[in-house]
Structures are given as C-alpha cells and as structure tokens.
Ligand binder design. Structure first.
Ligand code: AMP
Length: 191
C-alpha cells in the first residue's frame, strides 16, 4: 500500500508544522516546495535568484518551474511508496500535472487543514518570515482563494479529500490528523 498524501490549507494554518510531525509519524518524506525554494534562495542558485522577488511579493512561482522541481524530488527513491506534499499543488495546472504525470497511480489522500482567516493572518504576522509583510500576506490569501481553494473541488470529486480542524494546540491537531488519516487509509484497505 502506498501513502501518497497532500496537505492543503492556507499559509498560517499550521501546515508546515503538522506536515513535519506526520512525516515522522508515518515515516514518509515531507516535501515542502516552500522549504525547497527558501533553500534555493539561501544557496543563491539560479532558481533562488528567480524565485526570491516572486516570493517576497507573495506571488506564485510559475507552474512550469514548480512542476519541474517536484518531478525531480518525487523521482528520489525515498518517495517511491509515499510522501506528504506541502505547498504543492497550488494551482489547477500543478494538480493536473501531479495527477497525470507524477502520480498516475493516484494520490491516496488529500487533507485540508481548516483554520479561519483571522487566525492565519495573526499567525503569519507572529512568525515574522521575510515574506510575511501585510501586503504579501494579503496577496497570498487572495491567491489561495483564487488558485488553490478550487483544488478542493478537484480532489473532492475524486473522493479523496478529508477536512481536519486546525484549531488548538499542536498535539491536539496532530492527533486529529492521524485519526483522520488512519480511518481513511484503513477504509481503503478494507480493514
Ligand atoms: P510556503 O512555504 O508554502 O508558504 O511557500 C512560500 C512561497 O513560495 C509562496 O508564497 C510562493 O511564492 C512560493 N511557492 C511555494 N510553493 C509553490 C507552488 N507550488 N507554486 C508556486 N509558488 C510556490
């Protein structure tokens, strides 16, 4: 059985923190496109130089670039039987590329981590990342609604979407997530 999962949710929903915990819990790689881009910026690679201003503005790095990065990462041996994607897909074109090219055998589960707007803005301002200016935060939330939220329908139609409440402390949210994942994957297994 494979464990190929995606975690969706607005920035500030606690996705990164929870994805890291789930990666440890299930022994699957946590593949965060934001972390990969930040590492490229830090290293000053060509990709990093291209991505930096886009990220600072809260815009999206072009689909073609992102698809290439994720294709390379998913070709690594540790991702053969499972992975948890965090921050990808973020657009219809990315979702289609993932379904059609990268994971033709299917994504096992898409988790939507739900936290209200007011809380995500507060959390983003508190974490103080370089791209967490008020303007960039607003831009990212707008883009999330326009580009990424519609992916919920895309995955819901394929019956692989589960919503989890992202309120509360980290342990509580993790327990909710593992319960939802175990229930879903158990059901798929016919257990
Ligand atoms: P994140 O760490 O997921 O919040 O991503 C930080 C920034 O990296 C985003 O605001 C985007 O500028 C860029 N980024 C990360 N993942 C993607 C993606 N899948 N598509 C386009 N841009 C991305």
């Amino acid at each position: 059985m494979t464990m190929k999962m995606i975690i969706l949710g607005r920035q500030g929903a606690g996705k990164g923190t929870q994805a890291a915990r789930l990666s440890t819990h299930y022994g699957i790689p946590h593949i965060s496109t934001g972390d990969m881009l930040r590492a490229a910026v830090e290293a000053g690679t060509e990709l990093g130089q291209m991505a930096k201003s886009i990220m600072d503005a809260g815009d999206l790095v072009p689909d073609k670039v992102m698809n290439g990065i994720v294709a390379e990462r998913l070709a690594e041996p540790d991702a053969a039987h499972g992975f948890l994607l965090d921050g990808f897909p973020r657009s219809d074109a990315q979702a289609r590329f993932l379904t059609e090219t990268l994971a033709p055998a299917g994504i096992d589960l898409v988790i939507s981590l739900e936290v209200p707007d007011a809380i995500v803005v507060e959390r983003m301002l508190a974490r103080g990342r370089a791209d967490d200016t008020e303007e960039a935060i607003r831009r990212r939330l707008d883009l999330y609604e326009a580009e990424t939220a519609p992916l919920m329908d895309y995955y819901r139609e394929r019956d692989r979407l589960v919503s989890v409440d992202g309120h509360g402390d980290e342990d509580e949210v993790e327990a909710r997530l593992t319960a939802a994942i175990d229930a879903h994957l158990g059901a798929v297994d016919g257990k």
